[in-house]
Write a protein that binds this ligand. Structure first.
Ligand code: URA
Ligand code: ZN
Length: 358
């Protein structure tokens, strides 16, 4: 809990993941990335990135057991969580039938689990991103009818060619029509060679600290430049990790648009990044510093920034029950905001924006 947070303050975690049991079964059955395997002396390991094949990351019940999720919430004074499937979602399932079936199975599991949680859990559903436009749109519409669904989680690749792919516009149309929030989350980072020949010596720091946020920034900037927000003006995008570097770079992106003669004459004629930030973009508060959080809030206003934890990622390295990663984000809110704004960011915004009932 943040030092000045009263026990009556409603806390909602909008960035928190699970791998439901059917997904875990799938990962355990695979031998290529992504997969789970037991490594001698290390135990079960999650291998979701090509460069982590040697050791992977530890994985345990926090990833799939709802009891563990609720325990984590209680330990960290979190009233309500909006859970989402973690990366890489269903992006690697190329068979349309399998993707469609798994999306339904995972989403139905989330719906049932949320229904049994006594009002503590809601979810962002997953889409079968390689199953074709019709299957994706059908799942968008099916999710709308599920009581605990509050939108969709997706990576940055769209159907394979990214979120500015013209073929993806039917999906944006379906999402806009159903008023679903899109939780845009990174997975692929940047090509490993940008991190240099010594990158292997630095663990996962460079891909997670820099690759992830830049991936998100690039994806949403591509959407902006392609005019998606002009054609689908009611789209609502919740960006992971406070928008990557978008709040910091928005001015530069806008300036580059205005100084690009040929782009400005065409697609970029009336683009205004700041307007899009304040109309279409929501940011989580998973940025681990008051400075980053202030930039996020300045960019989108304090009505559109929402607390998150990224659980079960970034657990403490020791045996601590309170997670430093969570406390760091609580501290940033405490340090960065006056009382009224911190109440909004901790939970009030999420309750209003995502219509969470209490
Ligand atoms: N690492 C991941 O792979 N995903 C997250 O969401 C956070 C860290
Ligand atoms: Zn995450």
């Amino acid at each position: 809990m943040a030092p000045s947070q009263s026990s009556a303050t409603e806390v909602v975690d909008i960035h928190t993941h699970m791998y439901p049991p059917p997904y875990i079964t799938l990962l355990r059955s695979r031998t290529t990335v992504p997969y789970i395997r037991d490594i001698p002396d290390l135990g079960p390991r999650l291998i979701i990135l090509p460069d982590e094949v040697a050791t992977g990351r530890p994985i345990g019940p926090a990833y799939w057991d709802v009891g563990e999720k609720l325990k984590f919430m209680d330990t960290h004074d979190i009233n309500t969580s909006v859970v989402s499937l973690a990366n890489p979602w269903l992006d690697f399932i190329s068979d349309p039938e399998e993707g469609t079936r798994l999306a339904r199975e995972v989403n139905d599991w989330f719906e049932k689990t949320c229904a049994e949680s006594g009002g503590r859990l809601y979810f962002f559903g997953v889409l079968p991103m390689r199953a074709g436009v019709d299957a994706i749109c059908e799942e968008v519409k099916r999710l709308k009818a599920l009581k605990y669904s509050r939108g969709v989680v997706m990576g940055t690749t769209g159907m394979g060619d990214g979120p500015d792919d013209k073929k993806f516009e039917e999906v944006w149309a379906a999402i806009e029509e159903t008023e679903a929030m899109v939780f845009l989350h990174p997975h692929y980072g940047l090509p490993n060679d940008v991190f240099g020949p010594r990158s292997g010596e630095y663990g996962h720091v460079l891909p997670l600290a820099l690759g992830f946020p830049l991936e998100t920034t690039i994806a949403v900037t591509r959407m902006i430049l392609s005019g998606v927000f002009g054609r689908f003006p009611e789209l609502k995008m919740l960006l992971a990790h406070s928008g990557g570097t978008l709040p910091f770079l928005a001015g530069r992106i806008q300036s580059c648009i205005e100084h690009d003669g040929s782009f400005r004459k065409g697609e970029g004629k009336s683009l205004n990044v700041w307007d899009i930030l304040k109309k279409n973009i929501y940011l989580d508060a998973v940025v681990y510093s008051a400075i980053g959080l202030k930039a996020a809030t300045e960019a989108v206003t304090s009505d559109r920034v929402m607390f998150g934890t990224d659980h079960p990622f970034f657990p403490p390295l020791g045996e601590e029950t309170k997670w430093v990663s969570v406390q760091t984000n609580y501290n940033a809110i405490e340090e960065g905001f006056k009382d009224e704004d911190s109440i909004k960011v901790l939970g009030k915004n999420a309750v209003e924006v995502l219509s969470l009932k209490h």
